[in-house]
Write a protein that binds this ligand. Sequence first.
Ligand code: DGT
Ligand code: CA
Length: 573
Amino acid sequence: MDNHKISEIFEAIADILEFKQDNQFKIRAYRRAAASIRAMSEDINEFAKANPLNSIPGIGKDLSEKIEELLKTGALKSYEELKESVPGIIFDMMRIPGVGPKTAKLLYDELKIDSVEKLKKYAKEHKLSQLSHLKEKTEANILKGIELLEKSSDSMLLGDALPMAEGMVNYLKQKSPISKIDIAGSARRMKQTVKDIDILVSSKKPQAVMHNFVNMPTTERVLVRGDTKSSILTRQGIQVDIRVVEPASYGAALVYFTGSKEHNVRLRELAVKKKLKINEYGVYSVKGGSASGGKKIAGKTEEEVYASVGLKYIEPELREDRGEIGAALKNKLPKLIEISDIRGDFHVHSNYSDGINTIEEMARFCKNLGYEYVVISDHSKSLKVAGGLSEQDLIKKNREIDAINKKIKGFKVLKGVEVDIDSDGNLDYSDEVLKDLDVVLAAIHTGFKQSKEVITKRILRAMDNKHVDIITHPTGRLLNAREPYAVDMTAVLKHAKKTGTVIEINGYPERLDLDDINSRIASEMGVKIALTTDSHRVEQLLNMRFAVSVARRAWLTQKDVLNTLSLKQICAI
Ligand code: DGT
Ligand code: CA
């Protein structure tokens, strides 16, 4: 039983209770508890040994007993009984993005849906929209949701994959002598989603590495076990491949297994032009049209491999065949932004709205990260589900910020807001309120299904307000869960340039919004970018590395990014 599993069970209980039209307070209590456990930085088993469970925010006596039962027995009797009372297809339907308990109930009661295949078939045949309570749009969304689920079931978020891969690397390093070890594949390129995890090793004791790998605590099933290559499936259903290579081939293997495939193809084409051959073992000179008998000229390090075909080292995030080899040939690769360039975070929530920590806790954590400033940007009044602040609460919050700024030296908390753009494009606070804030972020949280024209107009109108500084999560997508709303990004970026509005790369792993491709277009148009975490608790402030990874994949440099500026420079804008 881990945090993830327990929060999943609590969410499932909330879904069932909602399906059964049970008490709203009870449902909300389960959801709050699930969120709280999911966000804990500590393993709940460890936590429970030293602390009472009801010291977790949102956990009272009843829920702490349930957690205890789960930790002790690995199961929860009341949950098992509750599950029995609901047909299995309801759970399958609720996994589809866009299908909540109410819709699932309607589909089950009215259409006797008993499989997802049947639901897909009925959606295609427009049988769902014939129901009196189901709109055509919902039908289209259900179909999209099923297709998204089919597509996403074999990919995981970088935010989940990378920590998992790093954990494995650390585990293997501790267990046996290892000369070199790297995460390779899409996780090393920091792609937003990752299909499987690739690990490359060189070691004097390859057999010991293989033994430890297949016996990791997270291993569910061993798929392949060999001397130089093994594959396992983790308990979460993720495939992990490991390869052990000779030190003399390590660089060539790392280039090969980092990919992307398309980058590797371009690299090999370039080698052929230079009468060389590149493979996962090394770079060879070609004699009489064949590499056999050719001399090995590189392979130990990646730098050596790139240099052998006349290229400077190419950072993994750029290896997507998006012009990086041409740029490297001309020695025109960008000097990519690094996490150490970041001097503050522009999008952080506190417990004034839906965050868990206080402003002071968030500020002190940021200071410890070496930042000079943080923008506390809680939600505005109409976003009630996220604890949006009334004007009076905002005044109170700003006073608290003034007090904290007197207390914490060498650091500044800036007054901000994530102001909601309503369905007509109006902002949720008046200009009178906005003018007293240091930083105004504007965001869409409702009306996701509006037409492209309407959504785009809303954002453009928000940018026209002279107080709005940043457009946050500009497409509203949630990776593997919700498609972006229909927004004309070219129009938004053009208007951002015209009005001097900054565009956000939100580093929350489910968002990574704006994405790498659009961020690159934005910077080429001269639009400034802010890298943020959208943190709701202190640990999430560390997600800045994911915002930075999107920026790096977008070829951004220090000068493209707002929060590489010092506090003094920011205050002068
Ligand atoms: P994914 O789908 O998220 O796992 O993405 P990757 O890039 O990690 O792809 P994967 O795991 O299939 O392969 C890892 C790397 O190995 C890939 O980036 C490049 C290399 N590779 C795999 N298969 C081939 C191939 O057929 N040709 C070449 N040139 N490289 C390959
Ligand atoms: Ca992979």
